[in-house]
Design a binder for this molecule. Sequence first.
Ligand SMILES: Nc1ncnc2c1ncn2[C@@H]1O[C@H](COP(=O)(O)OP(=O)(O)OP(=O)(O)O)[C@@H](O)[C@H]1O
Length: 299
Amino acid sequence: MTPAPDRGRTPRPEVTPGAGRERPPSRRMLGGMTSNRSLEALALTKTYGTATSATHALLGVDLTIRTGESVAIMGPSGSGKTTLLHLLAGVLAPTAGDTLWGGRSLGSMSDKERTALRRQDFGFVFQSGQLLPELPADENAALPLLLDGVARPEATARARQWLSHLGLGGMESRRPGELSGGQAQRVAIARALVGSPGVIFADEPTGALDRTTGWEVMKALTTAARAQGASLVVVTHDLEVARWCRRIVEMRDGRIVRELSQTAGDGGTTAQPGAPEAPQAHEPPQAHAVPTSFQAVTR
Ligand SMILES: Nc1ncnc2c1ncn2[C@@H]1O[C@H](COP(=O)(O)OP(=O)(O)OP(=O)(O)O)[C@@H](O)[C@H]1O
């Protein structure tokens, strides 16, 4: 359950028993959001190019992502996955249709309002972290808060809490060039979470990582999103990545053609959200088959 909003309280690190890691800063510590944090695609349509050379990337996509849900978007190359993610996040404007965030129409906002919304309510993780090479990990992770005018000591303190929660305690001063690919992605996850977003958008977050590191990054991402109470939208080609999400939508030729849902959404482990982890307790799943726990949902 999401704790009640309590703006203005100073975040205070707590220790997760047995794990040796700080708990993530909770919504209660960092400030609340509106209660309706559902994200809705309403007949989203996107055409690139001109009338004579048009690409119909999206053709009337409807999708509702409820508060705290995790959804993977899969499909062949060119099926419209990234376009859908960008329209949901207000990065791109649709040709027709709209995105509603907490019931508010992104289409009716000014560019300035949409930019502020993206910075305050949404977090982003890309294929390769897109960290600033000259900044240490804590300042990279603190960037959304610094851009939002939060004082540097407070911003970096919050960033360090997330870095610690993501297993990067002691690496706060390292620059991206001094981190492994998986560590850099976890800094990017901390950056996505530091502003207490309602939704995290991740486009091929493990695309540049080996399988084991990718598995660890997805575990970190989904666990952190749950701890934050944030929804998660992940674009991926990889079923092993998608199985970390409760729902998988499959796209073809600009449309959602199938949806699967599962009760666990834990990447095939039996770990419970919020349960203390034994270090190295889980091995990456071996199977590539669709998990039996998935149920097809007719659309
Ligand atoms: N800026 C653009 N200008 C013109 N066409 C574009 C643009 N961006 C995407 N497209 C086209 O729109 C279609 C959907 O692209 P999109 O990137 O959303 O697909 P995708 O499923 O994410 O692909 P991939 O898995 O290869 O990343 C493709 O045919 C693509 O070529």
